[in-house]
Design a protein around this ligand. Structure first.
Ligand code: TNX
Length: 530
């Protein structure tokens, strides 16, 4: 299966764990070497020297390290002393040409120093330093050191600028704290985007205020008073529920959403909110009667049926509605993207679908945002710079739009969908896109630059956790890890530096770290977890 060495007896033996140091980093850096010098040791008198723009990252790191080391670790802007961690944001800190997210890290002897052009790069460098320290650095209560890091030089930057994970909070709600836990987990693997699938047939999860200017007199508060009171309750043909309970209900107030955005921002993660349409909209149609051609609200629908709903693409009310929702969402969202869905519009005629996009895309652009949509939306001519999220289907329309200036986020369902069962025995999850070997190696061993795309056409990758069968954060963790770690490395590490056997060996020591962090990962067989 590519992950294990087959021994003379025929038994598969997992790859051995590399010794602590640069050979076990995840994602694997562009360049890293052990210098052979004296290791760096963090001690009771160590400080974090983080002047100016480095300060927030310094505070974040201090918060992490104080819990396990029990050290005071003051964050200062003074002159570095022996034993200090030094964080610097300055021009030339990152490898040349990689100012956005690149960093350099030098550990050994006196100090551990991370340099970057920007705070985001500094943050990624701090994640690397974190992995060079012993696994028990992840403990939430004080444990004994010594806290040493191998003497090394790392020079690093990402392959792609967009490295995402999606949570489908529509089919089953996750609380703000659960989302924060996910953010903490993905940040350590240098993921920089959280895509929130906020609306679908089963439910609507974001509060929208009824605006002063409201020509059609729509009650937007019904989106949550009615529309949030659903969740997927998907069943097999014999009526057996596929989830351990019905999808959880709930919604984010605008303050909740701001809280998620700001927490993500402190981890240099951009939130991409999705309002799906014209299909996947039953919850909106059930909340606001005027969105229906007959003026009658649809019933809520918890089934897993897809493609049956559509907004009325010919009605001005639809666009009044979308403008209101997207305007509020844009104001709440500092990131440059609004995801408008566009998938599986099976009951919308092709002309109506194109018309819908012709009217919705300018709303997004007019709000100063860049559109993202599922690859079906490449049927329309997209404004240059738009992103197409490829999940399945023909690549030809995607390539046409790429030739006109769009870029692609690769989320091929068979490889990156975290809701697919690992194996036939997996108790939760679906299996329409992947069946059989759907473990971390399958999510790792591929190149997102394929199907006629060139390197520069690909904005990045995203692993999507659909939640028809996923309840709560432990189940989300369990389906996500280790597969999302694979996709994170696919997004970060150059293709020619990646090897599934080497990755398997580097996964092993993450077991202790994830456990200490309270991440309920799946201990996939094939990895010698430590
Ligand atoms: C397809 S992926 C969907 C989702 C489902 C998912 C389940 C995509 C754009 N649409 O609505 O949740 O399959 O795996």
């Amino acid at each position: 299966d590519g992950l294990a060495v087959v021994t003379a007896t025929g038994a598969a033996e997992p790859a051995a764990t590399p010794p602590p140091g640069v050979d076990r980093l995840v994602p694997k850096p562009v360049a890293a070497r052990a210098t052979g010098g004296t290791p760096f040791t963090l001690g009771a008198a160590s400080r974090i020297v983080a002047p100016g723009a480095a300060r927030p990252v310094g505070d974040y790191l201090a918060g992490l390290l104080r819990r396990s080391t029990g050290y005071r670790l003051p964050v200062t802007s003074g002159t570095p002393q022996s034993g200090d961690i030094v964080l610097e944001v300055a021009a030339g800190g990152a490898p040349a040409g990689h100012a956005d997210e690149g960093y350099t890290l030098v550990t050994g002897g006196e100090t551990a120093t991370v340099r970057a052009d920007r705070p985001a790069g500094l943050f990624h460098g701090v994640q690397t330093l974190r992995q060079l320290l012993p696994a028990w650095v992840e403990s939430r209560r004080p444990v004994d050191g010594p806290w040493t890091a191998q003497a090394a030089v790392v020079s690093d930057y990402p392959r792609f600028g967009y490295r995402g994970v999606m949570l489908d909070v529509a089919r089953s709600f996750l609380t703000v704290d659960e989302v924060k836990h996910y953010l903490d987990g993905i940040a350590q693997f240098k993921v920089n985007t959280l895509h929130l699938h906020l609306t679908d047939d089963q439910a609507w999860r974001l509060a929208v205020d009824t605006p002063a200017e409201n020509p059609s007199g729509l009650d937007y508060t019904a989106l949550t008073s009615v529309g949030s009171k659903g969740g997927a309750d998907v069943r097999s043909t014999d009526g057996k529920p596929l989830g351990t309970e019905p999808g959880r209900r709930g919604f984010y107030t605008q303050d909740d959403y701001r809280d998620i955005v700001s927490y993500a921002g402190s981890r240099f993660i951009t939130v991409v909110p999705e309002i799906d349409g014209p299909s996947h909209t039953n919850a909106a149609l059930a909340s606001i009667p005027q969105l229906n051609p007959d003026g009658v609200a649809k019933p809520m629908n918890d089934t897993g049926e897809v493609g049956y709903s559509t907004l009325d693409t010919r009605s001005p009310t639809t666009y009044e509605f979308l403008r209101t929702v997207l305007t509020q969402l844009a104001a709440l969202t500092p990131g440059r993207y609004l995801h408008i869905g566009g998938d599986e519009a099976h009951v919308t005629s092709h002309d109506d679908y194109l018309d819908y996009l012709r009217r919705t895309l300018p709303i997004v652009g007019g709000l100063g945002k860049t559109a993202i949509g599922w690859n079906e939306y490449a049927a329309a001519d997209l404004p240059a710079g738009s992103l197409i999220q490829y999940w399945k289907g023909p690549m030809a329309p995607v390539l046409t739009q790429v030739a006109r200036g769009a870029k692609v986020i690769m989320s091929p369902a068979a490889i990156t969908y975290l809701d697919q069962k690992y194996t036939a025995d997996t108790p939760i999850g679906l299996s329409w896109a992947c069946s059989g070997g759907c473990d971390y190696d399958h999510s790792y061993d591929w190149n997102p630059v394929r199907d006629g795309l060139r390197e520069a056409d690909v904005a990045g990758v995203e692993a999507a956790l659909w939640s028809e069968t996923v309840r709560g954060i432990d189940q989300a963790d369990w389906l996500g890890y280790p597969r999302l770690v694979s996709v994170a490395e696919v997004g970060w590490t150059p293709q020619d530096r990646r090897d599934v056997r080497d990755f398997t060996a580097r996964l092993a020591p993450l077991g202790t770290r994830l456990t200490l962090q309270g991440v309920d990962f799946r201990p996939s067989p094939g990895v010698r977890w430590t």
